[in-house]
Write a protein that binds this ligand. Structure first.
Ligand code: BES
Ligand code: MN
Ligand code: ZN
Length: 480
């Protein structure tokens, strides 16, 4: 999507649609007023009214987009209204979208269109042209177009990063296996990140018996990816660290999952995808921070060489784990990735993201991810960033007493605590691998994927959840 900012009154190109943001209670005059009167359009948030070329509008069609109350109009409202306008005309056959009425939030409006226009269509080979989106260019009316364009650079960097994450999450599992995921991340060296890729032999040397067990049944080798962004004035300042669960496909392993919806488990790498995306965003906007991203990449398959229920694993931390369910594999991957992260980088904060449990979906539904933390300040920073970016987080408890559920008869712990509080006992398991570093765990099984989506900036499918939130938290709290 080509994005431009133009002055009000600039000539509208041929084959354009105009999306005009309007507010509740605003009256329209002339033909537009007549069209509104003949409809149920009130200017409420999310409403659109498509009008064909009224006189005096220099475009093939006009879409009114409701943005709610004028005095509550903010960045998020502008973003969503512009996205809704784009969605209303994206397949109209018209080529340019002109967005009017965003005022001081023109850059946010453009950002909304960028996010809404994301599409993963590389495997559609027979789609008729008339079904494809036709809008290739968006012009947003801004008070000062040049300054707005300059200010849009950080938004563009963030949109690129979110698209990168959405692509990773959308790719099918036969294409995006651990080595391929690592190779795509390695390409981010072009935007200034340092990327190291560890193979199985290196991980074995480090003692990562927990992570390696999960990938043991797959013909695809596991990888651990270390991404570094050094943007702080003090190059040796302690980094913020992000750790992602990257299960490129989760069959459940020997504790195999039922067939229904198993294809969804291609997105069991959504945590690692988000970590890669936030590192992309930080590099893209040259954030003044030191940051580390660690991706634990495996495929969980049933095989003669798979790990078994009953196996006892020794993690890099030295703690032993009795496997009671090979489908509780994400925590095994994170156990070694988290330990490695704190051991090597001594981060000031460490946040992991993981599509960890079905239980968090039962607890919170699809609009909130679970947030667990051993540190009040970090938790508050995450919740505030989530609120600001409309990526819902809900704080969940880490009750000491529930640790009894993961006691093992023969090892230091077992890898599941049964169904009660399933997301909580998973988080308590992870906590044993963070060595008291200020840490938070985001269980994003509930939010990584929307099918269908009801949010105008999120097309059906991969959300890229976490990228906006963490980018915002770094910007607001950890940049110097
Ligand atoms: N990847 C799944 C969690 C998941 C389930 C994510 C549904 C998205 C949608 C995870 O590896 C898993 O299988 N968890 C089990 C844990 C159980 C065996 C203790 C679960 O949630 O059922
Ligand atoms: Mn699983
Ligand atoms: Zn999983």
């Amino acid at each position: 999507m080509d994005i431009q900012f133009v002055a009000a009154g600039a000539a509208v190109p041929a084959k354009s649609a105009v999306a005009r943001i309007v507010f509740e209670g605003e009256t329209q005059s002339g033909a537009i007023g007549q069209a509104v009167a003949a409809s149920r359009f009130t200017g409420g948030k999310g409403q659109t009214l498509d009008i064909l070329a009224p006189q005096g509008v220099d475009a093939a069609r006009l879409v009114l987009v409701g943005a709610g109350k004028k005095d509550a109009f903010d960045a998020a409202a502008a973003e969503n209204a512009a996205a809704a306008g784009y969605n209303a005309v994206k397949a109209s056959g018209l080529e340019t979208l002109r967005v009017e009425g965003a005022g001081a939030f023109a850059a946010n409006a453009a950002f909304g269109v960028r996010l809404a226009s994301y599409r993963f269509d590389k495997y559609r080979t027979r789609e008729p042209a008339e079904k494809k989106p036709s809008i290739a260019r968006t012009e947003v009316v801004a008070e000062s177009p040049d300054a707005t364009l300059a200010g849009f650079a950080d938004f563009a960097a963030l949109a690129d990063a979110i698209s990168f994450t959405r692509d990773l999450v959308s790719e099918p599992p036969n294409v995006l296996f651990p080595a391929e995921f690592a190779a795509r991340v390695k390409e981010l060296e072009d935007i200034g990140l340092e990327v190291e890729v560890l193979g199985e032999a290196e991980m074995a040397k480090l003692g990562m018996g927990s992570l390696l067990a999960v990938g043991q049944g797959s013909i695809r080798e596991s990888r651990l990816v270390v991404m570094k962004w050094t943007g702080a004035a003090d190059r040796s300042a302690q980094p913020v660290a992000f750790v992602g669960k990257g299960v490129c496909f989760d069959t459940g392993g020997i504790s195999i999952k039922p067939a229904e919806n198993m294809e969804d488990m291609k997105w069991d790498m959504g945590g690692a995808g988000a970590v890669a995306g936030v590192m992309h965003a930080l590099a893209g906007r040259k954030a003044r921070v030191n940051a580390v991203g660690i991706l634990g990449l495996v495929e969980n398959m049933p095989d003669g060489n798979s790990y078994r229920p009953g196996d006892v694993l020794t993690s890099m931390s030295g703690q032993t784990i009795e496997v009671v369910n090979t489908d509780a594999e994400g925590r095994l991957v994170l156990a070694d990735a988290l330990w490695y992260c704190q051991d090597r980088f001594r981060p000031k904060v460490m946040v992991d993201l993981a599509t960890l449990t079905g239980a968090i979906i039962i607890a919170l539904g699809n609009d909130y991810a679970g947030c667990y933390s051993n540190n009040e300040e970090l938790a508050a920073n995450l919740l505030a960033a989530g609120k600001a970016e409309d990526e819902g987080l809900w704080r969940m408890p880490l009750p000491e007493a529930y640790n009894r559920q993961i006691d093992s008869m023969i090892a230091d712990m077992k890898n599941t605590g049964g169904r009660p509080g399933g997301s909580i006992t998973a988080a308590l398991f992870l906590q044993r691998y963070v060595n008291n570093v200020p840490w938070a765990h985001l269980d994003i099984a509930s939010t990584a994927w929307k099918k269908p989506s009801s949010v105008p900036t999120i097309p059906d499918g991969a959300v890229g959840f976490g990228v906006r939130l963490l980018n915002r938290m770094v910007r607001d709290k950890y940049e110097g």
